[in-house]
Design a protein. Sequence first.
Length: 84
Amino acid sequence: MPKTNSAFMKPLTISPELAVIVGKGPMARSEVVKKLWVYIKGKNLQDPKAKRNIIADADLKKVFGGKAVVDMFEMTKLVSKHLS
């Protein structure tokens, strides 16, 4: 029987900036990432030429530290700063 990774399932507190996008916490990291992708795809914020890049709107810029374009791997690192 595989072991579940409790670190990914642990409810975390969400910063006010991130809560604007994913909703109020506490929420598991995996749920935050799912809701973030729903937001990105719903607002068509993926770069059409390079799907790995996210083009930030005003709310995402607050989460991304003011950056206008972030790749999906950097995104998870920046979002982690908004979880505790």
